[in-house]
Ligand binder design. Structure first.
Ligand SMILES: N[C@@H](CCC(=O)N[C@@H](CS)C(=O)NCC(=O)O)C(=O)O
Length: 225
């Protein structure tokens, strides 16, 4: 049995969870936060990032590596096309979403989601880069109806968990949803993918965790500690 380690607010964790659910692979979840220093975590994820998985053969970190492992472990239902080139095109999209959109927008998260600040200079740099990268993404993405074309694929799991963060972070910090501004109709797409049971489970679990965090913050504030 696979154990998925991480937490439900993590987009990369949720990408892997969505793939597990889509494939019907049995798994359990272990709540692991980022930055832990104990050997059990560092031995599995040396940068103490989540997600990572425990399997009967050992541990694996890096969400896309895990996703590819799951696809090989249980090829059906297929989440990648048959041909080598077509498979590479799906991975190309995932790389674009994660490396050129999410990782860039991530620099805005401290201010967008965690009450911190991002300097004006960094905001300007991220803004410029996101505009450029979103235009590039738009050339690759199909949204017909799925991000890589007709078939639902692993790239949709990446898109479902990461595109809203790019849009929300840019809106919150830069005052404009750069994805929409760049002509990516991400809301309609997320609504469509959100009809899948896997997406509904991931979103429901994320909301439960979000609500619990808000309640904990309120309780702390009320107790004055
Ligand atoms: N490339 C990694 C990224 C994982 C990642 O950045 N996860 C975040 C949580 S969403 C994390 O662990 N952040 C803590 C850190 O970067 O130290 C993957 O795909 O698994």
């Amino acid at each position: 049995m696979i154990t998925l380690c991480g937490f439900a607010l993590s987009n990369y964790y949720n990408k892997v969870k969505m793939v597990l659910l889509e494939k019907g692979i049995p798994f359990t979840e272990e709540r692991v936060l980022t930055g832990l220093k104990d050997e059990a975590v560092l031995g599995a994820s040396p940068l103490a990032k989540v997600p990572f998985i425990r399997t009967a053969d050992g541990t694996l970190c890096e969400s896309e590596v895990i996703v590819q492992y799951l696809e090989e472990l249980q090829p059906e239902p297929a989440m990648l096309p048959g041909g080598a080139f077509e498979r590479a095109k799906v991975r190309e999209l995932t790389t674009f979403i994660e490396l050129h959109l999410e990782l860039v927008a991530r620099e805005l998260y401290p201010q967008a989601f965690f009450g911190g600040t991002v300097s004006e200079a960094n905001q300007a740099r991220v803004h410029k880069l996101l505009v450029k990268n979103i235009a590039a993404f738009k050339r690759l993405a199909k949204f017909s109806p799925h991000v890589a074309g007709e078939a639902f694929s692993t790239a949709d799991c990446a898109a479902y968990v990461s595109l809203p963060l790019v849009a929300m972070a840019s809106k919150a910090v830069l005052g404009t949803d750069l994805l929409s501004e760049g002509g990516v109709d991400w809301k309609a797409y997320i609504k469509r993918v959100g009809e899948r049971p896997s997406a509904q489970r991931v979103s429901a679990d994320r909301k439960t965790e979000q609500d619990a965090q808000i309640a904990a913050i309120k309780a702390k504030a009320a107790s004055g500690t």
